[in-house]
Design a protein around this ligand. Structure first.
Ligand code: FES
Length: 103
């Protein structure tokens, strides 16, 4: 079942930055990649590091602990030491509000 939840105002997340939200005990990053927004789980699959302090480079986020890279758009791992993808969540922008579906 789709369960859209409003999590942020789009204007508060500048280009190439991320914003952390906690929804139902899941830490989620909302990332602005060149004006388009994506939602990814804030949890590196290598060793459980949080990605919220990682740099955003293009459409990738870099884990600050050991440097694994993930595609923000798809969650796909793009560089070791992680080998498993991260979770992504459906997102839409409506009237300047960012909504995600965590079901
Ligand atoms: S915890 Fe992210 S690369 Fe190791």
């Amino acid at each position: 079942m789709v369960n859209w939840i409003t999590v942020a105002d789009a204007v508060d997340i500048p280009t190439n930055s991320c914003h952390e939200v906690d929804i139902e005990n899941i830490s989620i990053l909302i990332v602005n990649v060149n004006g388009l927004f994506y939602a990814i789980e804030n949890l590196c699959t290598h060793d459980g590091g949080t990605l919220s302090d990682g740099n955003v480079e293009g459409d990738e986020i870099i884990c600050p602990r050991h440097g694994a890279r993930f595609c923000i758009k798809t969650g796909a791992v793009t560089a070791p030491p992680a080998y498993e993808d991260i979770k992504t969540f459906p997102l839409r922008v409506e009237n300047g509000k960012i909504l995600i579906d965590i079901d």
